[in-house]
Design a protein around this ligand. Structure first.
Ligand code: HEC
Ligand code: HEC
Ligand code: HEC
Ligand code: HEC
Ligand code: HEC
Ligand code: HEC
Length: 300
């Protein structure tokens, strides 16, 4: 399974792949406790939340394993043995999009989060309160700020998770590792050559903001390394893709294997092979491979 994911991830420069349901990706890991970002359990639904009857609460009226997972005694099964492809893994599934599962309990409207990245108003001014969603105190972009002076409300590698899944796209998870010495050198070279930053977390690991700029362009002067990011596409539009015929890089063999993977998901996985059309909030463009090449050296 993991090998398939990696095979696919390798193709990301040319195409982009979206798997709306990423459980299978996490399933590749062995002997893992419930993922850190797993949904809260054993809490009472608040007033106003209507949990449908087909999602049984436990005898204390709280949500529990059985509420969301239709797999009998899931709590007694080692995680790597749980059949995440089972239709009832998410009760009432399979779902094309994980969010459809969430909407059974969370109102669509409440669940819609505000786009915290849209920080500037029509006059290019911002509200410090918005900055302080992530920063302890809004830093002054005019000043020269050292990275270790920045203070956040959560460690920067965790800032994104309340609103985004831990696995927003397939290879986000396998990227949260520390680059080796050779790659660190390549990163340092790229930072200098391209006048950008590719910040790692305190333990030297890649994090979301290594690749992604958290701010809308213009918050930080675009002459500064931290302010350089892909030219603005419409933040409302976000990342978009154009439907894309099979790229010639797919050999018939890979195509067959990818199709098999898609079928193994029993329709749960919506695999789309598309080319990135517009990009937002990236420090470098992935469309043309520059982002990937800042760290990787690909064989030709
Ligand atoms: C409110 C719903 C909800 C409850 C309650 C819940 N889960 Fe989950 N669980 C999920 C969702 C959603 C995912 C998939 C997360 C994702 O794809 O990012 C998941 C994933 C899992 C996985 C797969 C983890 C992996 O990465 O391989 C296991 C195993 C699991 N849950 C077990 C449990 C157990 C055991 C309990 C009870 C202690 C429980 N869950 C309670 C919603 C729930
Ligand atoms: C069976 C009902 C149910 C489903 C399905 C469900 N949730 Fe929840 N969720 C709850 C309950 C109950 C709470 C606790 C609510 C509270 O105290 O406000 C909660 C809380 C949360 C919270 C706040 C967690 C915290 O630590 O405060 C988030 C975020 C969340 N859910 C996201 C999701 C997402 C994303 C999905 C789909 C993958 C999902 N939920 C599916 C019932 C559900
Ligand atoms: C979604 C979270 C988030 C929000 C909201 C946010 N920031 Fe940041 N900001 C970050 C992160 C993460 C970094 C650090 C990146 C790194 O490790 O270098 C950062 C870094 C900075 C820096 C340092 C840049 C440098 O030169 O290294 C400045 C200045 C800054 N932010 C200003 C702001 C201002 C002003 C706002 C509000 C208009 C804001 N930020 C809102 C997450 C956020
Ligand atoms: C190695 C670089 C890299 C890392 C690390 C990374 N991303 Fe991404 N992300 C990308 C690229 C490239 C895209 C552009 C679209 C695509 O290829 O799917 C993207 C797209 C996205 C999107 C838009 C997806 C869509 O289709 O609308 C979100 C949201 C996102 N990333 C959030 C995150 C979060 C949250 C993390 C940390 C858990 C993260 N990313 C880690 C490179 C990265
Ligand atoms: C307060 C909630 C919130 C936080 C915190 C947050 N985001 Fe977002 N983000 C959003 C919303 C809302 C959107 C608009 C698209 C959507 O609804 O998914 C978005 C969009 C994005 C996109 C572009 C995807 C697209 O297609 O529009 C990327 C990339 C992204 N966020 C990365 C991050 C990263 C990296 C962090 C952590 C530094 C982060 N976000 C923190 C709410 C948040
Ligand atoms: C900030 C540095 C960085 C960027 C940018 C980056 N990667 Fe990675 N990538 C890593 C690290 C670190 C690893 C894990 C160590 C390794 O496998 O070499 C990794 C692993 C991978 C793997 C798994 C390789 C394996 O054999 O385990 C693939 C595939 C991959 N990256 C593709 C990409 C693509 C495609 C892009 C561009 C969208 C990209 N990466 C951007 C740092 C980066």
């Amino acid at each position: 399974m993991m090998r398939y994911c990696l095979t696919i991830a390798l193709l990301m420069t040319a195409v982009s792949l979206l798997a709306e349901n990423l459980v299978a990706d996490e399933g590749g890991k062995e002997d893992k406790p419930l993922p850190a970002m797993h949904h809260v359990v054993k809490v009472k639904p608040p007033k106003g939340m209507k949990v449908p009857q087909k999602f049984p609460l436990n005898d204390q009226g709280k949500i529990d394993c059985n509420t969301c997972h239709g797999i009998k005694d899931i709590e007694d099964i080692p995680i790597d043995e749980v059949d995440k492809q089972a239709h009832n893994f998410h009760r009432g599934g399979p779902y094309k999009q994980l969010s459809d599962f969430c909407y059974h309990c969370h109102g669509k409207k409440d669940y819609q989060r505000s786009n915290i990245h849209q920080l500037l108003d029509d006059n290019n001014e911002y509200d410090e309160k918005d900055c302080e969603y992530c920063h302890k105190k809004a830093p002054d972009p005019e000043k020269d700020i050292k990275r270790d002076e920045l203070e956040f409300r959560l460690p920067p590698q965790k800032l994104c998770f309340g609103c985004h899944l831990k696995t927003p796209h397939l290879n986000a998870l396998n990227h949260q590792v520390a680059p080796d010495k050779e790659m660190r050198k390549r990163i340092a070279d790229a930072e200098k050559r391209l006048n950008i930053i590719l910040p790692l977390d305190q333990t030297g690991k890649v994090m979301c903001v290594t690749c992604h700029a958290p701010h809308e362009p213009g918050v930080i002067d675009k002459e500064k390394p931290a302010g350089r990011q892909v030219a603005n596409a419409d933040l409302d539009k976000g990342v978009s893709y154009v439907e894309h015929a099979w790229n010639t890089v797919f050999s018939a063999d890979k195509k067959a294997r990818l199709e098999k993977l898609a079928t193994e998901g029993g329709g749960v996985h919506t695999l789309r092979y598309q080319r990135i059309e517009t990009e937002v909030l990236l420090r470098l463009s992935a469309k043309n491979g520059v982002l990937c090449q800042a760290c990787h050296k690909f064989e030709r």
